[in-house]
Design a protein around this ligand. Structure first.
Ligand code: ADP
Ligand code: MG
Length: 366
């Protein structure tokens, strides 16, 4: 299947790409106005777009083998069963809301980012779609605005209460650079990945079944904690001792967010003052290890499979640090490992993990 055969149109007018992302540090901080440190992964989403010639919108996802044909009126009313079409529809709608004219399109999407693994296929879909539309209709919007439109589309039309990290990472980072982002002010820095290290990402093989409900519950707990502490968001607390006054489980939830924000700032300082010395990689890795412990014990979003995989990673020579990445409850792990050894390490870890009765998958590093 391809654009030509699906839409019976010669060639797409534009093609646009956007990567998935993996978060190195700063988990569950973005909806607390905090700090994050993601990088792009090599897997990408590709969209091909042409103008529709029959006043209908036509979408096709190669990953889902799902086609959507919808009339302009029904499109405006948001009447579509296919969940994925809401992400694309949302991107078009948020542009229309600010006054851009977007005529009906044919859009073909394919992606090597795994869907629903916590590596942000949703943001990659939105950012690729918005980039393609920007190109096709010559819209004067920049990459930060693309991320903002993408987040708005996901919240308002796909009904996912997401922060802005994923969309900013997909829009601004690449595989050689990470993005430090202050999610409150959008102050950001693009930084090279730590010298002498590579990223390894392994999927746990455990679906994120409770991710939706767990995520919403944690969000609500954080809001409650912020309210009790009299601040706008937990980002405003930097002294971890202040959370001790909170009742459980809010105390531990808040402690994770406060310490996690501090870890991101420490990592930023680490990278900015990098000494090319292995000790600075070890320091970065220790922050990742501490992040995992905090997510497991205080935030309680890990599961046995992720703990097992992280434990194996942390015990493997050449690994500086490892943690679960994404919202948790399943999904993937990220590790910082010695450059040149990533393939060996990833394969060795996968073998041990599978031996423990799981079915993992190396996504980055092999
Ligand atoms: P993640 O962003 O971590 O992959 P989400 O649950 O946020 O997980 O987003 C996954 C959803 O995004 C899918 O269920 C689907 O609706 C949509 N999606 C992302 N990429 C594609 C694609 N290539 N084709 C169709 N739908 C996609
Ligand atoms: Mg997503």
């Amino acid at each position: 299947m391809n654009f030509q055969t699906i839409f019976n149109q010669k060639l797409p007018s534009v093609e646009a790409l956007a990567p998935g992302r993996v978060n190195l540090l700063g988990e569950h901080t973005d909806y607390n106005d905090g700090f994050v440190l993601p990088t792009a992964i090599p897997q990408q989403t590709i969209v091909q777009i042409g103008l529709s010639d029959d006043r209908m919108y036509h979408f096709y996802s190669e990953n889902l083998d799902e086609r959507v044909d919808i009339r302009e009126e029904s499109f405006r009313a948001g009447e579509m069963q296919e969940e994925y079409a809401r992400y694309i529809f949302g991107c078009i709608q948020v542009l229309k809301e600010v006054g851009y004219t977007i005529s009906p399109i044919n859009l073909y999407v394919k992606s090597s980012v795994p869907l629903g693994s916590g590596l942000s296929s949703s943001a990659a879909l939105e950012v690729a779609t918005l980039r393609g539309i920007r190109q096709l209709f010559n819209l004067p919007i920049n990459d930060v605005e693309i991320a903002q439109f993408a987040q708005k589309a996901e919240i308002q039309y796909a009904h996912v209460q997401c922060g802005i990290m994923d969309q900013m990472a997909s829009s601004l980072a690449d595989t050689e650079h990470m993005l430090f982002l202050d999610t409150r002010t959008l102050e950001r820095r693009i930084l090279p990945l730590p010298e002498g290290a590579k990223i390894v990402v392994i999927e746990s093989g455990v679906p994120r079944t409770l991710a939706g409900s767990g995520y919403n519950e944690r969000r609500a707990e954080c809001e409650q904690a912020a309210q009790l502490l009299g601040v706008k968001a937990l980002r405003d607390i930097t002294d971890v001792n202040l959370v001790e006054t909170l009742p459980e489980p809010l105390r531990r939830r808040a402690r994770h967010v406060v310490t996690e924000n501090n870890r991101v700032l420490e990592a930023l300082q680490n990278v900015e003052t990098q000494t090319r010395h292995v000790s600075s990689l070890q320091q970065f890795g220790e922050l990742m290890n501490a992040s995992h412990a905090s997510l497991r014990d205080d935030y309680e979003v890990s599961v046995p499979a992720l703990d097992t995989l992280v434990d194996i990673l942390q015990k493997t020579p050449g690994v500086f640090g490892a943690r679960l990445t994404g919202a948790g409850f399943g999904g993937a792990t990220v590790a910082l490992v010695a450059a040149g050894e990533e393939k060996n390490i990833a394969e060795q870890v996968l073998e041990q993990y599978n031996h423990a009765g799981y079915t993992g998958n190396i996504l980055v590093g092999a």
